[in-house]
Write a protein that binds this ligand. Structure first.
Ligand code: AMP
Ligand code: MG
Length: 424
């Protein structure tokens, strides 16, 4: 842990120095070194494993498909016996999916259906659209299109070889990976334990929707919006959430909340109160009970961010401004929670996309602009990029990662991070 404090030591002569802004990549790297994998595994039904992080290599005890099978409804043939259009052959057997046929009699074909095993001796399938069923002689077909050898055959093991690792430890399970695990017979999977997260919001101005009607809100009051998206984001990342509600801006209340949150949780996550005004009680309270570093991260939105420990629990304090809170969660807390679960991929992926807007004023900090992809393959900018405007995060479908000191001209290539990447 970094034990240096952001607060300068007091010296009556010199004015307090502003703490240096910290690059995002540094802050993330340090956060990730703190995120040792959680002890303890879970075994879950494959049905319930979506989004969880695998804690084992999943090895196949069989090959998929188990044997060569037909990818069409049609007729299994010996290709060498069907060199010319118009060849008529007798249908000697019928093989529906789920049954195994006998070896194919020379000079005959087998009626076959999609997924049914190819009978021994056959080396191609002619789809039924390329055959005519003859009335005379009965039980014969005429093939209108001679087959190429091996056509319409799915090869044994073409999806999965016996002994292959089909899913690796550290992978985050998706709907497709659940299907793949099931295809090799796995109805249970070993996954990382769910992180237990205690969540609370600070701020005397906060009111819960439902408790006070909009027309009855007292002056200065606002609804607690962070609580809703933070909870939802945590759940999407596989966490168990203890929602501790709103904690008033008082030292004793903050200490009580932290003490109770530090029990039986892996992470305490808060929003608000991490600046250094006298109404910001998080820093002194966490320092009293454990340790805390207040980081001024060189990003916009989202400058203040706190990391520390209270007893056995990690502590992360997010800024109160909703968009700052949202963005710092996605850029820092998300990778942290994935790393706690042993995920091998925690980096945020971006792609290069042309900007269809101008951003003429460069900022000292690296900016994460809320943008939307347009039908022309470019990005449009939400007009109001203020850190309090949550509408921007709803309208947007991702962020432009704009380096410090960079202006953007219409047509410039920029780095785009899709919310679809970040919100899964
Ligand atoms: P703070 O970081 O506590 O100084 O808060 C910064 C700004 O974010 C203030 O305008 C707060 O009113 C606002 N804010 C803090 N927490 C929340 C929250 N949970 N929901 C909505 N706005 C909040
Ligand atoms: Mg506050």
């Amino acid at each position: 842990m970094n034990t240096s404090r952001a607060t300068p030591t007091s010296s009556p002569a010199a004015p307090a120095a502003r703490p240096a802004l910290r690059p995002l990549d540094d802050a993330l790297a340090e956060l990730l070194t703190q995120a040792a994998s959680l002890a303890g595994l879970g075994t879950v039904s494959t049905f319930e494993a979506d989004g969880r992080v695998l804690a084992e290599d999943v090895v196949s005890a069989l090959q998929v498909p188990p044997e060569d099978n037909s990818s069409m409804d049609g007729y299994a043939v010996r290709a060498a016996e069907v060199q010319h259009a118009g060849t008529a052959l007798r249908v000697s057997q019928r093989i529906p999916a789920g049954s195994a046929g006998a070896a194919l009699e020379p000079g005959t074909v087998a009626r076959i259906f999609t997924g049914a095993p190819i009978p021994a001796g056959a080396d191609a399938v002619v789809m039924q659209e390329d055959c005519e069923v003859l009335a005379d002689p009965q039980g014969f077909i005429r093939i209108t299109q001679p087959p190429k050898p091996a056509q319409w055959i799915r090869r044994a093991g073409e999806d999965v070889m016996r002994g292959a690792i089909v899913l690796s430890k550290g992978e985050r399970l998706t709907p497709a990976s659940l299907g793949l695990a099931a295809s090799i017979g796995r109805n249970f999977l070993q996954v990382a334990r769910r992180p237990r997260v205690a969540l609370f919001s600070t701020g005397d101005e906060l009111v819960m929707p439902g408790e006070v009607a909009p027309e009855q809100m007292r002056p200065g009051a606002i609804y607690n919006s962070n609580r809703f998206f933070l909870r939802a984001l945590l759940l999407r990342l596989g966490c168990e959430v203890t929602d501790m509600g709103i904690v008033p801006d008082r030292r004793d209340a903050t200490l009580d909340a932290l003490r109770s949150a530090s029990q039986a949780h892996d992470l305490i996550l808060t929003s608000g109160g991490v600046s250094v005004g006298e109404e910001d009680h998080i820093k002194p309270a966490v320092q009293q009970l454990g340790s805390l570093d207040l980081w001024q991260i060189a990003i916009k939105p989202g400058k203040p961010f706190a990391y520390g420990q209270v007893g056995p629990a990690h502590f992360i304090g997010l800024p109160g401004n909703p968009v700052s809170s949202f963005v710092t969660f996605l850029l820092l807390v998300r990778p942290f929670l994935l790393k706690l679960q042993g995920a091998s991929q925690v980096a945020t992926k971006s792609v290069t996309v042309p900007a269809h807007f101008n951003w003429p004023r460069a900022d000292k900090r690296r900016e994460f602009l809320r943008v939307q992809r347009n039908a022309a393959g470019g990005l449009d900018l939400f007009a109001n990029q203020s850190s309090g405007v949550l509408t921007s995060a709803v309208w947007g479908d991702g962020l432009v990662d704009n380096p410090a000191g960079q202006t953007i001209m219409h047509g410039d290539s920029v780095q785009f991070i899709a919310f679809s990447e970040l919100l899964s």
